[in-house]
Design a protein around this ligand. Structure first.
Ligand code: IMP
Ligand code: MG
Length: 193
């Protein structure tokens, strides 16, 4: 009988943040946002596709305020690592003028994505604009940014799970895990991924 592998993807290193830890932090963040927006009736959660989807759908259930959601799809075009050029692949549909917007991404690395999209949204005259990320690699920021709501600060690891991917793999894992990049490259070279 073949044993079920420990992880559904063969390139996972280790679990860095468990499902329980994520749940706890997301609940707390939901409470905080509920309190901060107690006077708002026009709260819009604006997620960046596709990495923020699992986070946003969990978080919105913990915010006890009227709210709506929308999405943008963006990519930073570069070979490896961030270039600082952020391209909008698909824009949000809501007219955000007069809305209290929370811009939500899965992870902040160089900070270029959040920084660029934040600037662009400000020109669209929201009533207020805050930023939120599940994870923040604080040591890797290349631009001055403030993340108003963050669940976890992490060191410079490449991570997958809870919406985050490596080449579109790993998004469905319910925890955050590190990637064994050497193993990933070897499997890829053998044509196994
Ligand atoms: P930034 O513009 O350099 O801050 O990059 C942020 C974007 O890079 C995120 O929206 C992710 O799509 C991607 N990213 C950065 N680090 C990781 C990671 O460790 N795992 C998965 N995606 C990442
Ligand atoms: Mg992203």
């Amino acid at each position: 009988m073949t044993e079920t592998p420990k992880f559904p993807y063969p390139f996972i290193g280790e679990v860095l943040i468990s499902q329980e830890e994520i749940e706890k932090r997301v609940n707390l963040l939901g409470e905080l946002i509920t309190e901060d927006y107690r006077d708002s009736n026009k709260l819009l959660l604006l997620g960046l596709l596709r990495g923020s989807v699992m986070f946003i759908t969990d978080l919105m259930r913990k915010i006890h305020r009227p709210l709506t959601m929308d999405f943008m799809s963006v990519s930073s075009y570069s070979g490896s690592g961030s270039s600082g050029f952020v391209r909008i692949d698909s824009d949000h549909k809501t007219n955000i003028r007069g809305w209290d917007v929370i811009l939500i991404d899965d992870i902040v690395d160089s900070g270029y994505t959040i920084h660029t999209i934040r600037k662009l949204l400000m020109d669209r005259h929201p009533r207020s604009l805050k930023t939120c990320a599940l994870l923040d690699k604080v040591d890797k920021h290349k631009v001055e940014i403030d993340i108003d709501y963050c669940c976890f600060e992490i060191p410079d690891y490449f991570v997958v799970g809870y919406g985050l991917d490596l080449d579109e793999m790993g998004r469905n894992l319910p925890y955050i895990a590190s990637v064994d990049l050497e193993k990933f490259e070897a499997l890829r070279a053998e044509g196994k991924l």
